[in-house]
Design a protein around this ligand. Structure first.
Ligand code: PRP
Length: 228
């Protein structure tokens, strides 16, 4: 690919949908709807820009290794990726912007009939199921709570309902999933939003092609319209 060709990694769903207005601000329009097409490489109105669809947790990997020049992924995904690499310093990702999109929170939830406060007070060893092992480990370590972490890849809500775990650490947006499964949020670990990540090599070699996109994203993602 030439120094002017750009590949942007996105995941389907909320991140894709909420990145579209930012792309529009940069004059980029994705020409196919990922919900209707099975294509993994989507063309845009710009012959020099294409979008690749990857799993959310694969976005940092694509960008780090140069399979994509830039990407959008949640803070949750980035923190887990950095932990896998032994810290942010070991990951070759430039993170210029918090885009403020796909906002949600990372929380601890338990069954409505589980006395979480008491278990923590008594120093009980909690069984915690999660996809976000690094975030959960750091959080409970900072509270001095002993936990056994159980790694899951999805449907975490089931863990407390089946006796697999006492608690889960998961993303909460509307809270509807917790409510539908009779779980309650007992601690809010952190607010989550999506970030722009850029390959460090691309930042040098493709600076001219990247600059207008980074600038447009920065302007379009300013919170509450604060002037850039
Ligand atoms: C997330 C999360 C919850 C749900 C919370 O899953 O894991 O299941 O969203 O949203 P709510 O509070 O609005 O109900 P997501 O749909 O991102 O898919 P995942 O299970 O693959 O993580």
């Amino acid at each position: 690919m030439s120094a002017r060709q750009l590949t942007l990694a996105l995941s389907k769903g909320r991140i894709f949908e909420e990145t579209l207005p930012l792309l529009a601000a940069a004059g980029i329009e994705v020409l196919e709807d990922p919900e209707k097409s099975r294509k993994l490489i989507l063309p845009t109105n710009r012959p020099d820009v294409r979008v690749v669809l990857v799993r959310a947790s694969d976005v940092p990997t694509y960008v780090q290794y140069g399979g994509a020049d830039l990407g959008v992924c949640g803070k949750d995904t980035l923190l887990e990726h950095e932990a896998e690499w032994g810290g942010a310093g070991n990951v070759g990702l430039y993170q210029p912007l918090d885009l403020g999109i796909a906002r949600c929170r990372m929380s601890v939830a338990v069954r409505a009939d589980f006395d979480y406060a008491r278990a923590v007070r008594q120093g009980a060893r909690l069984k915690v199921a999660t996809k976000y092992v690094a975030i959960a480990r750091d959080f409970f370590a900072s509270k001095g709570v002993h936990v056994d972490l159980i790694k899951l890849y999805g449907s975490m809500e089931l863990a407390p309902l089946t006796g697999l775990a006492d608690a889960i650490v998961d993303l909460v947006s509307t809270g509807n999933t917790l409510k539908a499964n009779h779980l309650v949020e007992v601690e809010r670990i952190m607010d989550i939003s999506s970030r722009l990540v850029v390959n460090q090599g691309a930042l040098k070699v493709k600076r001219e092609a990247l600059r207008p996109i980074l600038d447009a994203f920065a302007r379009a993602s300013q919170p509450q319209g604060v002037a850039a």
